[in-house]
Design a protein around this ligand. Structure first.
Ligand code: FE2
Length: 897
């Protein structure tokens, strides 16, 4: 259980840059990598992190790197548990290794050995754990053996690498260059490829300069020979920090058959500079849970297990009185999604309860397993009795282009700066609106075959867990996938049909992959309210969640939505944008029958709006994107493709030359479908939370008139490459005093009514790195006031520490929204005042007497309530306590105000 104990320690500590908290290894300063024998699996073990995941595997006690294509050079397996400290001293690494193909088919330049010197003081160790593919500042160096039988030192820092969306393509000239001053003695006997070699590196640092001695000899001790090479006087920064194994498959496409890569075994490290750190990857990568109406659902995300691994895990919850751990559920492993899904019924709301998921993993030796536990806390109601606090996040890009540096100047993962700030608000509930991953981010993309596309998704999705698990471990979380999560740039799901091209409407990835992806992100949500599958047998997850009287409708605004390309041929829509010259999207783009939420979700909303049981006092709608098109593009542009390259305005500027966007990827299209959705949820006085746009914004939706529906809040992106902006050509009407010209009343690019209250437009900032901060990243915080039912919406820049005095939110925030404004339609008259004498505060339902149609429902903030109505007529008024089942009913005719 020693390992189990260490793992707890890791999870409970916040990861600081490792060098700030060095823990000595003890007198010996030794580390030997444990590896499980007799197994085959992608996950090497908790001490290693593969870049990429799918490029490494464990096979019968050996580590293998089978990736063998020149367009995927420099594969690194990062050692997480030990690293080299800065300062004077020495360390030694050794490993046995050899070619996977004993016949020795190699590409010229193929090589394998040690990667050393990743990061340094101040570089978060998880950023260093991303190093692969291409050199960049803080990328360290390579010390290894070439296929030719020569030892080699290569520089992984120089070469001016840049990237856009991901880091892809073969190495360029001048990248991964050899260090010239290499003296080499001896030779390897032929036949070393068969049994492999023993590679050793000795690094000594004195006064900022390092001497490296690299040696190799046949693993078979009967064979004679060996080589030693020295490199002297290089900067200590190239050898301190993280290290690992590197397999590099050459720079030229020569061989007809690509090489097959290298194997490694018995990695060991020692020396006075060696330090240990509490950093691991797997077996349990993260857990997500929700608790609603007495049901706990918890999904444990596992590293990919192999056929020989145990396939069962258990969920334990601490008993409130005795503190003893009690098993509450067991789960079987999902081979595609790599999850254990737990369900516990009869879980009431109350004080926090510690939980842990326990899994016996095979991590060393030929047999047996060691228990690992992932520990967290079930937050079963808000911490404060005054307010319920929600954090709203979305769009998690780790690399947003520019010069490639393997540090915090170019890599945003693991977002520890932002996570600490979100944590300081101590939210009771987390919402991730989508784009938890970006296809192609950092590592490029593999769309097929299924097995590779699955691992490619998981590799990216694990980075989301690694980033946010200190938040999700102790808080209920709703995460819903958006377009990039399904490996598409835009998504019109069209009821789940298969799409050959994205614009046809539907999904381009196969159903098995889609189901896998959706299970990783949504299987911990409350059960779907209407679980009938859609086209291709795809599942749905739209549902409701009730916690501490806060009632959420969780929607899928992409899954049923039609694509404009086939429905509006006149507009010649490509990638969501009308490209036809003589086409006016504000008048011509609407198709009354076009689907946005679809009948099933509208029916669900209708029922949800009326139902305020489970002590509900406030309602929110959660979905992917805004139900308006709050964006502008340059006058000459026909689409949004120009956004990443547009100039960044000065603070407070109102640049000219922009026009309203008509982007059908937003829920401004289809307008009729949009109106149906807003009409449905305004009956619940629900605030809408979303993401996707990368433009933090708070708007008041209008259907027939301005402000006659609810508010929508799009939280800023965690980090983005696509800085949308709102610079309307005309100033908005009816602005609040002192408010900027881009606020106020507008008709958007599809003619939808929209009142803009606040927008976090891109602008030049003093914060570094500018590449991150001038695209206005951040997060939202919502404070739901239990007494007044008002919501205060906060919008925080990623750069600002809310704990500091005078910390400022994005301009225009915070804003307090009274519940009544969530159905902002002007009242025509009233019904007789009601007074509830029963338990608690009454829920009031108003229906049209003739049709029974719900006008609205809400919970009053007082015992007495004067119902308002929007039109003359006779109404059915019901009020009371849905949980106690006691209602009063009356019919009344409305009186004009
Ligand atoms: Fe996004």
């Amino acid at each position: 259980m020693k390992r189990c104990f260490l793992f707890f320690g890791f999870l409970l500590s916040t990861l600081l840059p490792a060098q700030r908290h060095p823990s000595r290894m003890g007198a010996q300063h030794r580390y030997r990598s444990p590896l499980a024998g007799g197994l085959e699996r992608v996950w090497v073990g908790p001490d290693w992190y593969g870049m990429r995941l799918q490029d490494w595997r464990l096979v019968q006690g050996r580590i293998e790197c089978p990736e063998a294509r020149p367009r995927r050079p420099i594969r690194v397996l990062h050692q997480l548990r030990v690293f080299s400290a800065q300062g004077s001293g020495e360390y030694r690494l050794q490993v046995q290794m050899g070619p996977l193909d004993p016949g020795g088919t190699f590409l010229p330049g193929a090589a394998a050995g040690f990667w050393v010197g990743g990061g340094n003081d101040g570089v978060h160790p998880w950023k260093s754990a991303l190093v692969h593919h291409r050199p960049g500042k803080n990328g360290g160096m390579f010390c290894g053996l070439e296929a030719s039988g020569q030892l080699v030192f290569r520089d992984n820092e120089g070469g001016d690498a840049r990237g856009g969306w991901g880091i892809t393509g073969p190495l360029k000239k001048g990248q991964f260059e050899k260090f010239p001053a290499t003296a080499q003695e001896g030779s390897l006997p032929p036949g070393w490829r068969k049994e492999g070699v023993l590679l050793r590196l000795w690094v000594r640092v004195r006064e900022g300069k390092a001497t490296l001695v690299l040696s190799v000899r046949p693993r078979d001790e009967a064979l004679e020979g060996g080589i030693e090479a020295r490199l002297e006087g290089i900067s200590a920064g190239l050898v301190d920090g993280s290290f690992g194994l590197l397999s590099h498959l050459g720079t030229k496409r020569v061989a007809k058959k690509p090489g097959r890569g290298f194997w490694f075994r018995r990695f060991a490290a020692s020396g006075s500079l060696l330090r240990k750190r509490e950093m691991q990857f797997g077996p349990i990568v993260g857990c997500l849970y929700t608790l609603s109406r007495g049901v706990l659902k918890l999904t444990a995300q596992m590293a990919p297990l192999g056929p020989g691994d145990p396939k069962e895990a258990r969920l334990e919850i601490q008993e409130p009185g005795s503190g003893a751990w009690k098993e509450r559920a067991r789960a079987q492993y999902d081979e595609d999604a790599c999850t254990f899904r737990f369900r516990v019924e009869g879980m009431e709301e109350g004080p926090p309860l510690p939980y842990r998921v326990v899994y016996g993993a095979r991590v060393s030796g030929e047999v047996g397993s060691q228990d690992f536990a992932y520990e967290g806390v079930l937050r079963r109601r808000a911490k404060s009795r005054e307010q319920f606090v929600i954090a709203s996040l979305n769009c998690v890009k780790h690399f947003t282009g520019g010069p490639l540096h393997w540090d915090g100047s170019a890599l945003w993962f693991p977002h520890q700066d932002l996570v600490a700030k979100v944590e300081s608000h101590d939210p009771d509930f987390l919402f991730f609106a989508g784009d938890q991953i970006y296809e192609g981010d950092l590592t490029g993309i593999e769309r097929r075959p299924f097995a590779r596309a699955r691992l490619d998704y998981l590799d990216k999705y694990y980075r989301w867990h690694l980033s946010f698990r200190s938040l999700t471990r102790t808080r209920p979380t709703v995460s819903i996938p958006d377009d990039h999560d399904v490996f598409q740039g835009n998504l019109w799901g069209a009821g789940g049909r298969k799409a050959r091209r994205q614009d046809d409407g539907g999904y381009t990835m196969p159903p098995r992959w889609l189901k896998m992806m959706e299970r990783t992100q949504t299987s911990h949500l409350p059960d779907p309210v209407d679980p009938r599958p859609i086209a291709q047998g795809l599942p749905v997850y739209f549902t409701r969640l009730e916690m501490d009287g806060v009632s959420f409708a969780i929607l899928e605004d992409r899954k049923f939505k039609d694509s404009p390309t086939p429905l509006v041929p006149k507009g010649k829509f490509r990638n969501g944008w009308p490209r036809a010259k003589d086409f006016d999207p504000a008048r011509e783009a609407d198709v009354p029958g076009a689907v946005l939420l679809g009948k099933r979700q509208l029916a669900f909303l209708e029922g949800w709006a009326a139902d305020w049981s489970h002590q509900a006092w406030i309602k929110l709608v959660l979905s992917q994107t805004l139900f308006s098109n709050l964006a502008t593009i340059p006058e000459k542009a026909t689409g949004g493709e120009v956004l990443p390259g547009l100039p960044v305005p000065e603070p407070g500027a109102w640049p000219k030359g922009y026009k309203l966007a008509s982007d059908a990827d937003s829920n401004g299209w289809p307008p009729s479908g949009r109106d149906r959705a807003l009409r449905a949820w305004r009956k619940a006085f629900a605030l809408h939370l979303c993401g996707d746009q990368h433009l933090g914004s708070l708007v008041h939706y209008g259907v027939d008139r301005f402000d006659d529906a609810g508010y929508g809040f799009c939280a800023p992106a965690v980090a983005n490459t696509w800085p949308r902006r709102w610079f309307p050509p005309q100033a908005g009407k009816d602005r609040r005093e002192g408010a900027p010209p881009w606020t106020g009343k507008f008709l958007d690019g599809f003619g939808n009514h929209l009142t803009v209250h606040a927008v976090s437009n891109p602008q030049k900032t003093p914060y570094k790195p500018a590449r991150l901060h001038q695209r206005m990243p951040g997060y939202g915080i919502l404070r739901l006031d239990r007494k007044t039912h008002a919501i205060t919406v906060e919008c925080w820049p990623r750069a600002v520490d809310p704990r500091e005095e005078g910390a400022k939110q994005y301009p225009g925030w915070p804003l307090r929204i009274p519940q009544r404004e969530e159905y902002g339609r002007k009242a025509w008259g009233t019904l007789p005042r009601i007074v509830w004498e029963g338990r608690g505060l009454p829920v009031v339902q108003v229906r049209e007497a003739k049709t029974g149609t719900l006008v609205y429902a809400l919970r009053s903030t007082r015992k007495g309530f004067i119902p308002f109505v929007f039109e003359p007529g006779e109404y059915l008024l019901r009020y009371g306590d849905p949980d106690g089942g006691s209602w009063k009913e009356l019919r009344a005719r409305a009186k004009k105000n």
